[in-house]
Each structure stands twice: as C-alpha cells, then as structure tokens.
Ligand binder design. Sequence first.
Ligand code: GTP
Ligand code: MG
Length: 373
Amino acid sequence: EGTLTVKELAEELEIEANDLMTKLINLGIMAMINQELTMEQMENIAAEYGYQIKEEENTDDEDNIYGLVNDIEDKEEDLELRPPVITVMGHVDHGKTTLLDAIRETEVTAGEAGGITQHIGAYQVDVDGQKITFLDTPGHEAFTSMRARGAQATDIAILVVAADDGIMPQTIEAINHAKSAGVPIIVAVNKIDRPNAQPDRVKQELTEHGLVPEEWGGNTICVNVSALKKENLDELLEMIVLTAEMEELKANPNRAANGVIIEAELDRGRGPVATVLVNNGTLKVGDAIVAGVASGRVRAMVNDRGERLEEAGPATPVEVLGLSDVPNAGDLLEAVEDDQSARGVAQKRKDKKRADELTRNTTVNLDDLFSQI
Ligand code: GTP
Ligand code: MG
C-alpha cells in the first residue's frame, strides 16, 4: 500500500516507462513494468528526476473525523440574509491592517469607538445598516487551512496592493487562493498618497494576472485608496456592499451553530480563548461545543468591541471562552446536544490522531505523491 508500479510511476513522472526501466537498470534495479517498487526505490528514482515524495497530509478519513457532526441541510424557507465575510489579503506591509483599522474607526459610531480595547483579527462594522464582517490576521495562511477543511468562510476577498510597490509574491499567492476558492476579488490599490505611487502600473500588473479592471473593460473592481489618509474608503465600502448584495448570502440563524476557528490561544487568566467566526446557526452561552480535539461549554462570549454577548448569529466573529484545550486555526467549531457528545467527538478525534501518528511515514497519498523540488 502506498507504492506504485514501474508503469504508474512513469505516468506520475510523465516519462516513458521504457526510459524509467533503463534508469532503474542503471541504478542496479531490475524491475518489470508491472512490478511494484519499494518506497526507497521510488524515492531514489524521484530524486533522479528532481522530485521528492510528499508525505500524506490529510487522508479522507481524517477529513471526515474533523468534519461537522451536526451538518444538517437547511430548508430554503429557513434561510435569512446574513452579513458578508470579507478577508483582507495581500503582500506584507501593503497596508491590510492599517486599512482595517481605518475602516473600523470611520464606521464605528462615535459612542462605540472608545470601547475598542481588544485586538482580534476579526470584526464587524456597520455601513448604513449593512453589517460587514472583516478578517485580517492571521492572513492567507488561515485562509488556506479554512479552505482545506472545506469551510468556505470567506465570501469576498479584498486584495490590498501598495501603489508604490506593485504586485509582489504574496499578492500573487493571494490571487491564486481567492481564485481557487471561487471568491470574488475587490482590489484596493493602497498608499496612493505616496509621491511615488503608480496606481496605473498596479492595474497593468493585475491584468497580467487575469484581473482586468472594470475601467479597462474587465470585471475586477479596483478602488484607489489611502488607508493612512483615510481617502476613498467610502467608495471601497460601497463596492463591498454592492458585491455582497449580488451574492445574496444567507444562513439559518435558528439552528445549532457551526463556525470556524480564526485564532486561538491560552490566556493565563481565562484559559483557552478561541476567536470563532460563526458560519451558520446561533451560538449561545451555555452551548456544549466541540472544535477539533477540544470540547467544552460556552462560558462567555466577547465581541470585537469587548462587549459580552449572550448569542452570536451567522457571520459574527466572537471570542469564545470555555474550551478544554486550544484548538487549531481552521478547525471547525459546532454546538452539539450535550457535554457528553462534545467530549465523545473530541475523544474520537484524539484517538484517531494518535493512531495516525503511529502509522505516519508508511502511507502516501497517491493523488499528490510528488511535489517538485
Ligand atoms: P502585514 O500584516 O505585516 O502583512 O502588513 P500589513 O499589510 O498589515 O501592513 P500595515 O497595515 O501594517 O502597514 C505597513 C506600513 O505601511 C505601515 O507603516 C503603515 O503606516 C503604512 N501604510 C499603510 N497604508 C498606507 C497608506 O495608505 N499610505 C502610506 N503612506 N502608508 C501606509
Ligand atoms: Mg497586518
């Protein structure tokens, strides 16, 4: 199990089976075309062709075991409009956090502004009665793991590109993540206040990556902004609201909650604290919950303004207290019937994890067996 025949290996490497057999002979291995190779032989050959064998990361089984246990399908009539979830992505230092801070300061009403005490990488603003949820840190790493776990937590990606720096490696990475998740991209061309800003050059570069600005006849919305000077943020927010309206995002607030862990840490005073984005349902204080291998009961919830909440509906980011352990970013969280089932699910995952660790290195995932060095 986990190894390939000569023929299969040749196909994976995209070479002729005959060439592979010659190579094998040169390495002192006499093998028939349908003979199964050992892992060691495969590694040696792969290295000859500049590949290395990748260790299995996620078996189907593991996906299942971390999947939702209460994932019942909602009836159409139970669905209600919910706020959009916007993930802000882009290259290091292009201004993601500054942009989010500026949006929050601009939009949070004066009375509430003073109440912002906590930093969590997820928060909600109100634009003329339309709530919008933003995710900042921990950036696109979390975006990837969310996607890997099948939790499509993001509705729209904001790609921040500094006008004085242009498209950089992490910009491209972000574009690829958003594209493969099938999420609409709105580009915020930032730092236009800089004397060396070249927003048109950014747009030219975007075109090279398949994002053609609307004003050039394409369908990518680009907004020139300055996060620092708070310039043009209203237009950006308007574009977000318009895009979200077209998506008609819905959820069922009247069911047991599920969501995704955005970040989590062990707080000395409060124990494990997890920032959760509720995807569906309503999370309530007192709910029995499970997230990855952690379980517990919601002891308290705090929003991004430091206010205590009794309930958190769809697309609401909240800090949740009451888990037994610190879950991983990207883990799914859900409310289950009672403490016992929460503990049961968590225990099953722990057992599976241990078993997987014992069998690691002995199996490989055939689909992506090779990764180019
Ligand atoms: P990482 O989280 O490290 O990836 O960076 P980031 O994208 O969150 O960038 P951040 O908001 O931390 O900004 C980086 C630097 O750019 C800071 O010094 C900001 O003050 C500056 N900056 C952000 N936006 C603007 C802008 O619109 N104009 C100017 N001139 N500077 C900006
Ligand atoms: Mg930042």
